[in-house]
Design a protein around this ligand. Structure first.
Ligand code: NAP
Ligand code: HSE
Length: 433
């Protein structure tokens, strides 16, 4: 009888995603031989709390809290890191790669800051290091950018890559909720984490943008290169104005390859309600890609959660199993063969939405338009809205696409005007290239 081939793997972490991977691998077991030519067997699972983890597995003897029992076990071919965080995840992954073990991770925090170091270690040791689940959970995007879309020069990747904030903005848009109430609901329903800071301040999306930019433009972009702003200042009033202007407010991650370098930022933006991303609601994610051959392609689905994220992790595991079978590991390794500069935010071109409170007196609009004109900021729309009190008027301006440095100079001057009492809100407006 021919002996069944077995790929021995160790799981690091048995939380949301780890449990999902355990379930998906179990569910796939009957078809594995036909699908990938071997059986994937979880032989060890690293956890902190053995008792808690024992309730989640069929055979608690696979559980350990001793990393050495994994790294020193030469029968383990692959490590699936699902603990999260920078340390000890980075040390464990590097040790695994250096011991000739393939690694799969969903850890965007780590890949966004140390992707190059990890990919270099994989390459030196002729093993695979894959991280499809690190961006937009269950949505395939890393593999499509590296493989299916390799015949393109990608010029833009943008999208909604954080489910928690998309859920909050959806509730604010559809039900008129204020930010705080929508965040409370997200927490109650289990979308937001116990500490939602990384989500609502845009950091989680920023990490994903750094990874997307590196892969899309073949040039390393790290978290520090991404300009980040979250959604905490968005109010129901801005959502209402956006609607009146035919737009929806979304937390967008945008990265572009331009002649002067790479643009990479995350911020809440007005996007025309006719754009396909405007109707991506609740906790769903979507990524929009523009390439010179494909034109536009959109990827939509669940950006987080136990089984959707496990779907991406197991896809990586199966890919490595096939690479081993066909002796072609490291086939898709680091694709950053360029060194493009990162563009300063002040040199990017954007359209802006400004909402301000000014004295309701003759000449205020003239003062504003004069300052914008002096700074090469062209106005597309200007509306004086209902007065919030007898003396104050609310003015909303939408600019054409202008250089951010010029716009900032104009705003600095406007802030100094005696009759302008408050800049209530300032947002970018998404315009396709
Ligand atoms: P989680 O629910 O907090 O699970 C983390 C697991 O790792 C827990 O079982 C924890 O054990 C264990 N762990 C942490 N540090 C450890 C250590 N030093 N030694 C041993 N075990 C350790 O996290 P998660 O949501 O599954 O996320 C895992 C990774 O996937 C993260 O990198 C995250 O960014 C990424 N990701 C998550 C999602 C999602 O939807 N959740 C989506 C995409 C990507 P204890 O329970 O004993 O503390
Ligand atoms: N916290 C993330 C989100 C999921 O809300 O999209 C993990 O990437």
């Amino acid at each position: 009888m021919v002996q069944e081939k077995v790929l021995n793997v160790a799981l690091l972490g048995l939380g949301t995603v780890g449990t999902g991977v355990y379930k998906v691998l179990k569910n796939q077991e009957p078809e594995m031989m036909q699908k990938i030519g071997c059986k994937v067997k979880i032989t060890k699972i690293l956890v902190r709390n053995l008792e808690k983890a024992a309730k989640k597995v069929d055979d608690p003897s696979v559980l350990t809290n001793d990393w050495n029992s994994i790294i020193q076990d030469s029968s383990i071919d692959m490590v699936i890191e699902l603990m999260g965080g920078l340390s000890p995840a980075k040390e464990y992954i590097l040790q695994a790669l250096n011991a000739g073990k393939h690694v799969v991770t969903a850890n965007k925090d780590l890949v966004a800051v140390a992707g190059k170091e990890l990919l270099d270690a994989a390459s030196e040791n002729q093993v695979d290091f894959l991280f499809e689940a690190a961006v937009a959970g269950g949505i395939p995007i890393i593999r499509p950018l590296k493989q299916c879309l390799a015949g393109n020069h990608i010029t833009e990747v943008m999208g909604i890559v954080n489910g928690t904030t998309n859920f909050i903005l959806t509730k604010m848009t559809q039900e008129g909720m204020e930010f705080k109430d929508a965040l409370d609901l997200a927490t109650e329903l289990g979308y937001a984490e116990a500490d939602p800071t990384a989500d609502i301040e845009g950091l989680d999306a920023g990490r994903k943008v750094a990874i997307l930019a590196s892969v899309a433009f073949n040039s390393r972009v790290v978290l520090d290169d991404v300009t980040i702003e979250g959604i905490t200042k968005i109010t129901a009033t801005d959502i209402r104005y956006a609607k009146e202007m035919g737009c929806t407010i979304k937390l967008l991650g945008v990265t572009r390859s331009t002649e002067d370098g790479i643009e990479a930022y995350v911020n809440p933006m007005l996007i025309p309600s006719s754009h396909p991303l405007a109707s991506v609601n609740d906790s769903y994610n979507a990524v929009f890609v523009h390439g010179d051959a494909v034109e536009n392609a959109m990827f939509f689905g669940r950006g987080a959660g136990e089984l959707p994220t496990a779907s991406a992790v197991v896809g990586d595991v199966f890919d490595i199993a096939r690479n081993i079978e066909y002796n072609c590991c490291t086939r898709i390794s680091c694709t950053c063969y360029k060194q493009l500069p990162i563009k300063k935010m002040e040199d990017t071109y954007n359209s802006y939405y400004v909402r301000l409170q000014a004295e309701d007196r003759c000449g205020v609009l003239a003062e504003l338009t004069k300052i914008f004109a002096e700074n090469q900021v062209s106005i597309e729309e200007i509306v004086q809205k209902r007065a919030r009190s007898n003396q104050l008027a609310e003015i909303v301006v939408i600019t054409s696409k202008v250089r951010e440095g010029d716009f900032t100079r104009a705003m600095d001057a406007i802030k100094k005007l005696e009759r302008v009492k408050e800049i209530s809100s300032l947002l970018r407006v998404y315009r396709a290239e």
